[in-house]
Write a protein that binds this ligand. Sequence first.
Ligand SMILES: Cc1ncc(COP(=O)(O)O)c(C=O)c1O
Length: 377
Amino acid sequence: MIYVNEPSLGERELELVSECVRTGWISSAGKFINQFEEGWATYCERKYGVAVCNGSVALQVAVAGLDLQPGDEVIIPTFTIISCATAVTYNGAVPVLVDADPDTWCMDVDQVKGKITPRTRAIMPVHLYGHPVDMDLLLELADRHGLAIIEDAAEAHGALYYSAREGDSPGWRRCGGFGALSCFSFYANKLVTTGEGGMILTDDPQLAEKARSLRNLCFQPERRFFHEELGFNFRMTNLQAALGVAQLERMDEIVARKRWLGEQYTLKLQGIPGIRLPVEKSWARSVFWMYGLVLAEETEMDATQMALRLKGKGIETRPFFLGMHEQPAFHKAGLFLNEHYPVAERLARQGLYLPSGLALSETQIDLVCSAVQETLQ
Ligand SMILES: Cc1ncc(COP(=O)(O)O)c(C=O)c1O
């Protein structure tokens, strides 16, 4: 079986994790936490990093940082992981959905303006499958309407966006460096992995302080067991951070490998009728986190059937996201009833992603591409 993901872990990871075991610094105190926070913030051109135990809670803490009131709204893509929506609902606010862009599969930024109401407080762009969201319009809208941007860059470590906003000097900027807060996951299938893990980045010292406090049960430095606010234990361990520090040392190599993988797939799959391949817009440098395919309407197969056929040939795949507006859990809560987003609905039924882990070899890519071709014949 060729799996959708196999992480690439080496001697350096072993060395740093072993150091934690040898020295006993295995919990959430220890030098690797700070090193990872500072290293990741610097890499993403941010001032502060707050490491947490996964990407879902990174989003939850980021939204909590905005002090939303019940009924406040946050605009998110419908086509994303459920963590984006629950980060909003767990904070008592309301997620408002926009459809996906048919090319990039990220949120359709042209639909955002029409969703802004007097209750809107934030926009959450999610860079999907390694491709950046077209950020300029969102940054513009956020400025004009006084909204916060919470960027979800879980799937886009190291991706770049060319910002050409009036008033700013144009240039390439790293995903995770936009808006009030940005969030990351370091789950095992991410470019940088700590097994499980996440981080919040910001340039605002108060937001950073608030996130630090929330992740650590809102303990107070001067009176530890006296609480003025309610927090969580969302801490990352030094063991996890050690993995992150080791991986960050070879970040350029990791990004280059992912881009190579994306290029290889595109080269070998282009021209095969019946499938749409990922795009890379002129203003984007994708990191091809996971290489997705979307079956054309005229193909007499949906993604579930294709996944089964590929599995029969020893190729593991994963379906694309199912939109938030199609989730029974939200319908039960009275959310998104009778809402329809045709692009997201089509992507959910026709999209899947291929093995894309860092350990994937060229021979394996060839095997996957032959299997895809045979499946479509
Ligand atoms: C876009 C996006 N945001 C957030 C998350 C949540 O991260 P985690 O699995 O670490 O909780 C994921 C999941 O992998 C994701 O793909």
